[in-house]
Write a protein that binds this ligand. Structure first.
Ligand code: SF4
Length: 239
């Protein structure tokens, strides 16, 4: 599979997804505040967005829906407020660690103004912040062109028959960033569309009938007996 072929597949893929799903329904919009994004990026670990909203509502009602305010809460009090998001004691510790990092850098906005190459290691060194959460913060809160990888994206791409040789987080991120021009809006939109599609259609047990990607999906066509093309890795060139 040539790089040009992959590039054309990307264009078609995002066109089909963009027609099927409305990015306007995505919870992190360009105007969404950085505190809301950072707090919810931690709360959403291993739970649904509905539960995150319930926890955010409780933080909001208590007037502490910001990292600066969270940094002044006792861990137990914070855990109680965010209970709807689950694993509340663990997430309270993580939020307080993130709040401490922001405080050490003169506040969240100052922290987020750091270059991506400086900010990413700081986030990754913070308790409970892994690559996916760090990149959500980099992409959506700080506005850096860093492609966020998640399980939905990997599952969909593998089923389409596209992706790097290996399945490590950095392998996938490098693969996307080599293929797609560095564009914050495009990266946000692509990530959101993958999640929306992974929840709606391309679930662990995929619902291929009527799927918007059926025409470009190796797995979907195999499941319908339309193609016997085997999946394989590809090395993209930049679109
Ligand atoms: S056709 Fe099936 S496997 Fe392919 S993207 Fe759609 S739901 Fe997933």
């Amino acid at each position: 599979m040539t790089g040009e072929h992959t590039c054309e597949q990307f264009r078609r893929l995002f066109s089909l997804l963009g027609t099927a799903y409305d990015f306007g329904t995505w919870h992190w919009q360009p105007e969404t505040g950085p505190d809301y994004i950072c707090v919810s990026a931690v709360l959403v670990q291993h739970t649904s967005w509905r539960n995150v909203e319930r926890a955010l509502d409780r933080l909001d009602a208590a007037g502490v829906c910001s990292l600066a305010a969270i940094g002044h809460l006792a861990e137990q009090e914070l855990a109680s407020l965010i209970r709807p998001a689950g694993t509340q004691r663990m997430k309270a510790r993580r939020l307080r660690s993130l709040a401490r990092l922001a405080s050490e850098h003169n506040g969240l906005r100052s922290l987020l103004s750091l270059p991506a190459d400086d900010l990413r290691p700081l986030l990754l060194a913070t308790h409970g912040i892994g690559p996916e959460t760090a990149d959500a913060i980099l992409l959506y809160a700080a506005g850096h062109a860093v492609f966020q990888i998640d399980a939905y994206t990997v599952r969909i791409m593998r089923r389409l028959g596209l992706g790097p040789e290996n399945d490590g987080y950095e392998d996938w991120q490098r693969w996307f960033q080599q293929a797609l021009p560095a564009d914050v809006d495009a990266y946000r939109r692509a990530h959101a569309l993958f999640v929306l599609h992974g929840k709606e259609r391309c679930r662990p047990q995929p619902r291929c009938d009527g799927c918007c990607l059926l025409e470009v999906c190796t797995t979907g066509q195999e499941r319908r007996g339309l193609s016997r093309t085997s999946r394989r890795a590809s090395i993209p060139t930049r679109c």
